[in-house]
Design a protein around this ligand. Structure first.
Ligand SMILES: [Zn+2]
Ligand SMILES: [Zn+2]
Length: 280
């Protein structure tokens, strides 16, 4: 985040916003700046990519599904925005510790002992580590004693739209985002790669809620796509994964997507419409 903070300082904060008596490396100023940037960045990604996905990818026929609740999109967006706001406080603490140099983030490829292969390895490591952690955190959120207090808010939406992607109880959302922040404190990661992965995971989260259930055949059993995740929303105890199905296979919670077996939300809508046509 120090790159983002430096750019904002150079072009906006220092010349136009903060008084000259507030030095750029003054902690309270850095925390305020990080909080504003975290909120703006997260809202831009959530609402920007969410809107693109909603208008260009999401099949609006899904809104006719009986389990698509009244004013659902508005409810998803309200919960998503509130969640981003509350999550930003603990997230900024982690970003602040990170910009103070306590993480293993580095600036130049030459600082990586493995060079470019190290960069590729760190991307694979990041995806594996965060997928594994999110699987277990997500599965824990389904434990009967805590589910109703936190994670139930995300499962109100049985047929999610892309805007359900960030619609969580703030504590639930923060816990599920924690692996992304923890990774660079344990493993070396290039700063630009970290920022890119942060944007990528947000877009991926939107994509598994986008109602586009198509997935290339050979990837069905490997990649956790929207078809897998809608079954998670509908049937709860299956497909907890984020990018891959690995931990669902290992944890015994994998469910082959109903949408790919002719029993998905679209098939349900078609059946209802055919029945309605017959009774007319
Ligand atoms: Zn869940
Ligand atoms: Zn979901």
């Amino acid at each position: 985040m120090d790159h983002v903070l430096n750019i904002a300082d150079n072009y906006i904060w220092t010349p136009y916003v903060y008084p000259a008596s507030w030095p750029e490396d003054w902690a309270p100023r850095q925390i305020i700046s990080l909080w504003v940037l975290t909120n703006l960045g997260a809202l831009l990604i959530y609402l920007g990519f969410g809107a693109i996905s909603f208008y260009y990818v999401f099949d609006h026929k899904l809104m006719k599904h009986p389990q698509f609740i009244e004013n659902q999109v508005r409810k998803e967006i309200q919960l998503g925005i509130a969640s981003i706001f509350w999550m930003s406080f603990p997230t900024v603490v982690l970003f602040f510790v990170e910009i103070k140099g306590h993480s293993q983030l580095y600036d130049n490829i030459s600082e990586s002992s493995l060079g470019w292969p190290g960069v590729y390895l760190s991307i694979a490591g990041f995806l594996f580590f965060t997928d594994m952690c999110i699987y277990w955190i997500h599965r824990s959120m389904h434990h009967r004693s805590i589910y109703k207090h936190f994670h139930k808010q995300h499962h109100i939406f049985k047929i999610p739209s892309p805007f359900a992607s960030h619609a969580f109880h703030p504590l639930d959302g923060f816990l599920q985002s924690l692996p992304y922040h923890v990774y660079p404190f344990i493993f070396p990661l290039h700063k630009v790669v970290y920022l890119s992965l942060f944007v990528f995971v947000n877009i991926w989260t939107i994509s598994i809620h986008d109602g586009d259930y198509r997935i290339p055949g050979p990837l069905i059993c490997l990649i956790n796509g929207a078809a897998h995740h809608v079954d998670h929303h509908l049937f709860f105890n299956y497909n907890y994964g984020q990018y891959f199905t690995l931990w669902d296979h290992l944890g015994g919670s994998y469910r082959h997507p109903s949408a790919l077996l002719g029993r998905g939300p679209h098939d349900h809508i078609r059946k209802l419409m055919a029945e309605a046509a017959c009774t007319q």
